[in-house]
Design a protein around this ligand. Structure first.
Ligand code: JFZ
Length: 417
């Protein structure tokens, strides 16, 4: 087993995590890109720093919600693109301890999630709209890119890279064992060694030898010989990759689809385009059926609470996970082709059939004639009748399939997968 597979072993078993986007942008409540999208100057964004008072911040409640949803790990934004730090960094004054919050919010997060038995990850933005030495012009993602005043501003980019390295070091030395480092993101020529990525990864591994790192420092994670900083897992965003993810040799690469519950990562007061619990469960099943994980996002509000709509979805997903989690944890792709009526996940010789399209009559299992030792309904453990087509021609049964009968079975009704 290579190092990447060793480091990600727990992660590939866990399959389901919570992504948390939280920062000053929760106050304007128009998503985490608000500063860029609306081209807000430092002066216009400044009030949020002075007003940040998350009086309802209770990371134990977040951790309990994650655990009850069946999530086994979490990743929180220690710093997003706006540069604001939720932790007590010595490298900047732009941090939670200098707001009315007056405390290190990362420390409390780590302690709370660990106490619930969840693995802990840090999101850290490579992009920084606040640092004086981050390029502000000629750069497609900076809020000030169209502002002439910023055009010839002299910057010393290496000072920013030093800052980034020093902050990562703080994050990985102060809070004990950290399980995931999630960098975001590289683009254009702002990638790889521009971040002094090999040096950065060597430093990270010297402090936290078992930590997993995502693939957004740049490099080619799918190459036969990836760069040392190419990452341990691939991070598709807002999509479940149709064919899973394989490298140039055709070998599976660990991956994690990050997915929002509505259409924003950061809190957005007017975005009610929430997915249904059923859609979320099916997306999770889809990920696992292709050897992947799902990192499901919540965007707590300015007072520090996960929105009620998000909590309701998490609860319903948790309900499903309680009776059907065995078809997720420790499972991966089946070697059988995708069935017409849904998805397979598999753990050893245990095959899980996720029936998305119940249709009428028994469910047909192509190619499995004589191979099903026993069939049970996962939700309640009750046995199900297995039969073989009695008039094979009638079903054009060239693949020698078998039927499993659901008639009379109590299917979980709320989310009928
Ligand atoms: C980034 C952030 O800009 C966003 O705010 C959020 O944090 C998300 C998880 O990550 O967005 C990206 C990053 C990379 C791609 C797309 C959106 N990409 O590579 O396609």
């Amino acid at each position: 087993m290579n190092e990447r597979l060793e480091r990600t072993a727990w992660f590939r078993e866990a399959r389901f995590g919570m992504f948390i986007h939280w920062g000053l942008y929760a106050i304007p409540a128009r998503g985490e890109w608000v500063r860029s999208v609306e081209k807000l100057s430092n002066e216009q964004y400044e009030p949020y720093f002075r007003e940040f008072r998350p009086d309802r911040y209770d990371p134990r409640a977040w951790a309990r919600a994650a655990k009850a949803a069946g999530q086994q790990y979490a990743v929180l934004t220690t710093k997003h693109h706006d540069g604001f730090c939720l932790f007590d960094s010595e490298q900047t004054d732009y941090k939670a301890t200098n707001t009315p919050a007056q405390r290190d919010l990362i420390k409390e997060y780590v302690e709370a999630f660990r106490a619930e038995g969840l693995k802990v990850g840090f999101y850290y933005s490579l992009i920084d709209w606040h640092h004086d030495d981050y390029p502000a012009y000629g750069d497609r993602i900076h809020p000030m890119r169209d502002n002439e005043a910023y055009k010839d501003r002299p910057i010393q980019f290496e000072r920013y890279v030093d800052y980034l390295h020093a902050q990562v070091k703080e994050l990985l030395t102060r809070y004990g064992k950290i399980d995931i480092m999630w960098f975001d993101f590289s683009y254009d020529d702002m990638t790889g060694e521009k971040w002094r990525a090999t040096e950065l990864v060597n430093m990270i591994r010297s402090i936290q030898p078992d930590i997993m790192i995502d693939n957004r420092l740049g490099g080619h994670i799918l190459a036969a010989e990836p760069e040392p900083y190419a990452g341990d897992f691939y991070s598709p965003e807002q999509i479940v990759p149709p064919g899973g993810i394989v490298d140039e040799n055709g070998l599976p690469v660990p991956w994690e689809a990050c997915i929002t519950l509505n259409d924003n990562w950061g809190y957005h007061a007017k975005d009610h385009a929430y997915k249904s619990p059923k859609q979320v469960v099916r997306a999770l099943v889809e990920c696992v059926s292709k050897n992947g994980n799902m990192l499901l996002n919540v965007g707590p509000n300015a007072r520090g609470e996960i929105p009620a709509e998000s909590l309701r979805i998490l609860e319903a997903v948790g309900e499903w996970m309680r009776h059907s989690g065995d078809s997720i944890y420790g499972c991966g792709a089946s070697s059988l082709p995708k069935p017409e009526w849904g998805r397979y996940t598999q753990n050893g010789n245990m095959l899980y059939a996720h029936v998305f399209d119940r249709g009428i009559g028994p469910i047909y299992f192509r190619g499995l004639k004589g191979k099903i030792k026993k069939a049970r309904l996962l939700a309640d453990g009750s046995e199900l009748k297995v039969s073989v087509p009695w008039m094979a021609e009638q079903y054009s049964d060239t693949d020698s399939g078998a039927f499993i009968h659901l008639a009379g079975a109590e299917l979980p009704d709320e989310i009928d997968t």
